[in-house]
Design a binder for this molecule. Structure first.
Ligand SMILES: [Ca+2]
Length: 488
């Protein structure tokens, strides 16, 4: 019997305990033992944008820095993909994205029906679940919708009780809001493409031409998502049920659209200004938790799905290193593409101002949340997920904490070593940078990230033993269908 149960029994008098009281007690115990969880995911934010990671950042991020000061900051947290879709699949399912077929998204949801998600895991453990923001895991027949009918295979069919958001990135039409499985207002109008001067075609106020709902304004999306999230959190104050909010921002991905007081609020151009506005949204979440008395019982995460769209030309122009000391950017298999800021706070549980250098991955949230709520994952769920709760809580744990991390089907990281199967340079910088592309004589890239975190010294030709063993490990993961041990 724990302290809370003893106190409860003392209060009501043990002799009066009946079945109905037992069930009341059960509800009370749930409230006490299961914290609320908020997972804030920025979109295309760099490792070096927040001041808590990069003191030389040209962007002020007091609210993100505040989470770091109240909790733990990871220096080696990885997205399992360097762009939106695989990153979010890995987070939501606990599986490396190479295990699914990304082509599914052309016609349906990337997440297969019946597959456990963070949402459905928490639902079965008594949580209310909500996804507010960008989904980007596909819907059924999105391009061929009858907007008077339900939009199928979205978040409400993948473990979330409530959804308010957009189908994909904010530069991809059609542009309209979806609430649960219904279109809020159909995209009956047309909008021309948008762009900014002096930046590449995938930066600035960029969006593609297409259909748009009459009520949809691109620059209102961030404030709208923030307002919806704040309202959701206000509503939870009245509830005794723990909640999970996946707050999936659509910025600082393009279009970069800072509004009002956020214009010229940074020294890193429109990108930096928009990032300041993102930070302000994070502050509003923290504030409403405090104002509603929910802050102490809420586990709060902040991260970004992948690296920034920030070229060498931008670094020179603003003297701001969005990827900090990491090489590359979004879509690259270098660290700038997939090593992300990752902060977690939980009052009284996670030591303040702590820092961890452990390799962790988005896929680990599945096993971590399961452990947190006292559940055991089925064998066919979270195959690449490892419980990181001991790290969060500052407890002792056995090393290594997890198996290797696989980035799409392009790289594998184990301990200090990283093998890139081809070239670390991904599509964006290959297509758009004005900088010359260096030609590698090697078939792949191998780095010791501890000695060489900026990936300058390719040891592929010198350490064929490691190239072979890391290649074999990836093949084993593919063959076994999992990287996690069966019992977690
Ligand atoms: Ca992204």
């Amino acid at each position: 019997m724990n302290y809370n149960r003893r106190n409860f029994l003392k209060t009501i008098g043990a002799g009066t305990l009946s079945l109905s009281f037992a069930s009341i007690f059960s509800a009370c115990e749930k409230k006490v033992s299961k914290p609320n969880i908020i997972f804030i995911m920025a979109d295309d934010m760099g490792y070096g944008d927040a001041g808590c990671y990069n003191p030389q950042s040209k962007i002020s991020t007091p609210n993100i820095d505040h989470i770091a000061s109240k909790g733990i900051r990871f220096t080696n947290a990885h997205s399992p993909g360097a762009w939106c879709v695989p990153a979010r699949y890995g987070l939501l399912t606990g599986r490396f994205p190479f295990r699914t077929d990304l082509k599914r998204m052309k016609t349906t949801s990337l997440i297969e029906p019946g597959r456990m998600t963070l949402g459905s895991l928490l639902q079965r453990n008594g949580y209310k679940t909500a996804c507010i923001g960008k989904w980007h895991q596909g819907f059924e027949n999105l391009r061929n919708q009858d907007y008077s009918k339900p939009i199928q295979s979205g978040p409400v069919e993948r473990g979330f009780d409530y959804f308010y958001g957009i189908h994909a990135s904010l530069d991809i039409p059609p542009y309209y809001y979806i609430e649960n499985d219904r279109c809020v207002e159909a995209p009956t109008d047309d909008v021309e493409a948008s762009s900014s001067e002096d930046v590449t075609q995938i930066q600035g106020a960029f969006w593609r031409a297409g259909k748009i709902a009459p009520n949809f304004k691109h620059d209102e999306v961030l404030p709208t998502f923030t307002e919806k999230a704040v309202t959701y959190l206000e509503d939870q104050k009245k509830s005794n049920t723990p909640f999970f909010l996946y707050f999936s921002l659509a910025g600082p991905h393009t279009p970069w659209l800072p509004t009002g007081k956020f214009k010229d609020s940074s020294k890193a151009g429109e990108y930096g200004d928009f990032m300041t506005q993102i930070d302000d949204s994070v502050g509003k979440i923290v504030e409403i938790l405090k104002n509603t008395g929910q802050a102490d019982n809420t586990l709060l995460f902040f991260t970004s799905d992948n690296g920034p769209v920030w070229f060498e030309e931008d670094i020179q122009r603003y003297n701001h290193k969005s990827s900090h000391f990491l090489k590359g950017m979004k879509v690259d298999t270098w660290e700038g593409g997939h090593r992300v800021p990752f902060l977690v706070s939980w009052s009284g549980k996670i030591p303040q101002n702590s820092v961890s250098h452990e390799n962790i991955c988005f896929t680990d949230m599945m096993a971590t949340f399961a452990t947190l709520v006292g559940d055991k994952l089925p064998e066919n769920a979270g195959e690449d997920s490892f419980n990181i709760l001991p790290v969060l809580l500052g407890e002792k744990y056995e090393k290594p904490l997890r198996g290797a991390i696989v980035i799409e089907n392009k790289a594998i990281i184990q301990g200090d070593w990283k093998l890139i199967f081809d070239s670390g340079r991904g599509g964006l910088s290959r297509w758009l940078s004005k900088q010359p592309i260096e030609k590698s004589e090697q078939k792949g890239e191998l780095y010791n990230l501890k000695d060489d975190p900026s990936e300058n010294n390719n040891l592929y030709g010198e350490r064929s033993d490691l190239v072979q063993s890391l290649t074999a490990l990836f093949e084993k993961y593919k063959k076994d269908g999992r990287s996690a041990p069966l019992s977690r």
